[in-house]
Design a protein around this ligand. Sequence first.
Ligand code: ATP
Ligand code: MG
Length: 174
Amino acid sequence: MIRALYIGRFQPYHNGHHYVINQIAQEADELIIGIGSAQMSHETGDPFTAGERVLMITGALQDLHKPLYVIPLEDINRNALWVSHVRAMTPPFHRIYSGNPLVIRLFHEAGIEVLSPAMYERATLSGTKIRDLIACDKPWEDFVPPAVVRVIQEIDGISRIRALNQDDGDCPGR
Ligand code: ATP
Ligand code: MG
């Protein structure tokens, strides 16, 4: 029995995360998704609350047909203790999947098996790029699962992101 952990900030959950998680689901029996920087919201780089991100992830993965645990993880700002913090908050897991060099390093040093999935269409599938598209009133809906579009609409996320980015002059052609 393999229970696998995948960690991201998911601001928002997008098709790159979705692709990787569906790959992981073929190799693991149960999945844990850790939502990093869970305490953050209403900032340009972190617009959505942990609870909103839980809705996005559970909505997008409702057809997974495997046990799924979505766990918010607050920052503790102390890297040497972070793996213990994650283990205290999550169901026991056997391996972790991450592309983040610091995450990889910290779990490797703790003796936990770490696998690094390849990036999938990273030119378009990045949280930063998708937030920029929303802020600049450009089409973004094709880059996230349909359930995520519905959640962002339900919580009025588009106007939140635009308000957080107001007047920063970063939209090309404006
Ligand atoms: P941001 O631009 O806000 O940092 P992000 O797209 O990098 O967003 P994160 O939540 O920071 O998303 O990333 C969580 C995990 O998802 C990381 O391990 C990262 O490597 C992975 N990831 C992000 N984008 C992709 C992608 N397009 N394909 C595969 N993995 C991805
Ligand atoms: Mg990132």
